[in-house]
Design a protein around this ligand. Sequence first.
Ligand code: M6P
Ligand code: ZN
Length: 191
Amino acid sequence: MPVITPFVTEVDFASGELSAPAYVIQRKLSDMASMYADVDEAARIMVAEGDRLIYEVQGVDLPEEEGQIPHCTTRITPGRIGAEYHMTKGHYHARREQGEVYFGLSGRGFLVMQTESGETSVQRMVAGSAAYVPPFWAHRTVNVGDEDFVFFSVWEARAGHDYGTIERDGFRKLVVLRDGQPVVVDNPKYG
Ligand code: M6P
Ligand code: ZN
């Protein structure tokens, strides 16, 4: 196991920017249009206004080895695709037995989680919320506010990201605008 030199990263709570990010990942609508319930609306937006930034991830570089603790920020832009709020792709951990912690830095979000045995949980997050994603729970974050929703994430290095299961089945629950409020509804296309 390599010996890593200790380091400190400065985090901007409003933007999620790191002082020296090792990577910056941008996910645009074109990267995940099929994940929204209203795919026709996603296609219409891309023709009418061009592609749209949905979220950005900035992180530090650590080896994917036992004991390392990677961490990153995620900034989800405000907006909706039809009634459905901007969100991350979401994933299970490739190693299902690994958990994760999210800490809210700014804005307002919902953390949507589910297990493969059919349980669901949706938690609200604001600046200062420390949310626990236990082992075996898939997780997706959703911006339900009018500003960027920014949070900090910490996980065990071997967890890995399994996107395929969510790309195939989706999440059981969606977060949509209804009567001026974000509400959690069943996903009619799940599975
Ligand atoms: C959180 C963490 C990251 C993840 C990011 C974006 O910050 O869970 O590991 O990459 O959210 O979510 P996703 O990988 O599902 O696009
Ligand atoms: Zn994760």
